[in-house]
Design a binder for this molecule. Structure first.
Ligand SMILES: [Fe+2]
Ligand SMILES: [Fe+2]
Length: 190
């Protein structure tokens, strides 16, 4: 049986990992004196990933509805897709190597949560590879002057699947990480 806390299976964090969140509810984060700085910067990175996915979704729909010409679409997809994959890989690498070990030492009660987030990053890798493959199929067809609508539709499906998993990961990660930094400050993270 698969682990109910797997990224593909869970619908939020278990109660045992929400102990700090009770003292630091999301609605109050931006009023906390420790919010501005690393927390706001890091949440902005997550917002950027969400916006890139939203822009790629809008573009794919516009292309499929014939609202955007194929080569214009391909140019945008290449640029946004490369930025998304490169920035997300870099972001995961810094979290795994730097943030998570420091945060787990600061809050051993939720250490298991950081292992969970690291497992999410590993689970997202094949999703990102499949995303890149689907994008490259669109780009290859457009470059060859071949019909690309089927590839565009397949890419949109792949993008939506990835978005569901990425959103689950980002939301749960925010609810684990932000309370720790608000409580302990940025010590060791800067
Ligand atoms: Fe992450
Ligand atoms: Fe993150």
């Amino acid at each position: 049986m698969s682990d109910p806390l797997d990224l593909t299976a869970r619908e939020g964090l278990p109660d045992a990992l929400r102990v700090l969140l009770q003292d630091y509810p999301r609605a109050a984060w931006s009023r906390d004196p420790n919010f501005h700085g690393l927390v706001s910067f890091w949440l902005d990175r997550h917002l950027m990933f969400r916006r890139l996915v939203g822009a790629m979704t809008d573009d794919a729909r516009a292309f499929l509805d014939r609202g955007m010409e194929a080569r214009a679409y391909a140019g945008r997809l290449a640029r946004l897709g490369q930025t998304f994959v490169a920035e997300l890989h870099g972001h995961h690498g810094i979290e795994d190597a730097h943030y998570f070990p420091v945060l787990a030492r600061a809050e051993p009660r939720i250490e298991r949560g950081f292992a969970l987030l690291e497992a999410d990053h590993k689970a997202l890798d094949p999703e990102l590879a499949a995303f890149a493959g689907a994008a490259n199929a669109v780009l290859g067809a457009v470059a060859a002057g071949a019909p690309a609508a089927d590839h565009g539709a397949a890419f949109l499906t792949r993008l939506a699947a990835m978005e569901r998993l990425l959103d689950r990961h980002l939301t749960d990660e925010e609810e684990l990480v932000v309370p720790v930094i608000l409580r302990h400050g940025e010590r060791g993270l800067g």
